[in-house]
Design a protein around this ligand. Structure first.
Ligand SMILES: [Zn+2]
Length: 112
């Protein structure tokens, strides 16, 4: 996806209930008055980290969690902030097959 304003690769997307998705680069996302606030009909989703990489896991991916030898479904990969300018994709929020939720290091988890 490309920024709606300048055509650079989109780093953020505003997801709206009725008006579709609005992709923005970081610079132009920050010029939007509602960024990065979520409300009843819209939310902001980050697409890329500060190196321009997408997350390696996505919502709904089925994974095997090595330390506990269980299968789980990815809820989302968490974006970590290392200072204001640097972000990277890290831990995973998971839903285990018994219905419980947990967090796991992405390097301990394998896609199945
Ligand atoms: Zn832009």
């Amino acid at each position: 996806m490309k920024c709606m304003t300048c055509n650079k690769p989109a780093m953020w997307v505003r997801c709206t209930q009725f008006a579709g998705q609005h992709p923005y680069c970081l610079e132009h996302a920050e010029t939007e008055s509602d960024f990065p606030e979520d409300n009843d009909s819209t939310y902001w989703k980050q697409l890329l980290d500060s190196d321009g990489k997408p997350p390696s896991f996505h919502e709904g991916d089925r994974v095997y969690v090595h330390p506990i030898k269980e299968h789980a479904t990815v809820i989302k990969q968490i974006l970590h902030y290392d200072g204001p300018e640097y972000t990277f994709w890290g831990n995973l929020e998971l839903q285990y097959d018994d219905g419980t939720k947990g967090t796991s290091h992405s390097w301990q988890v394998k896609k199945v």
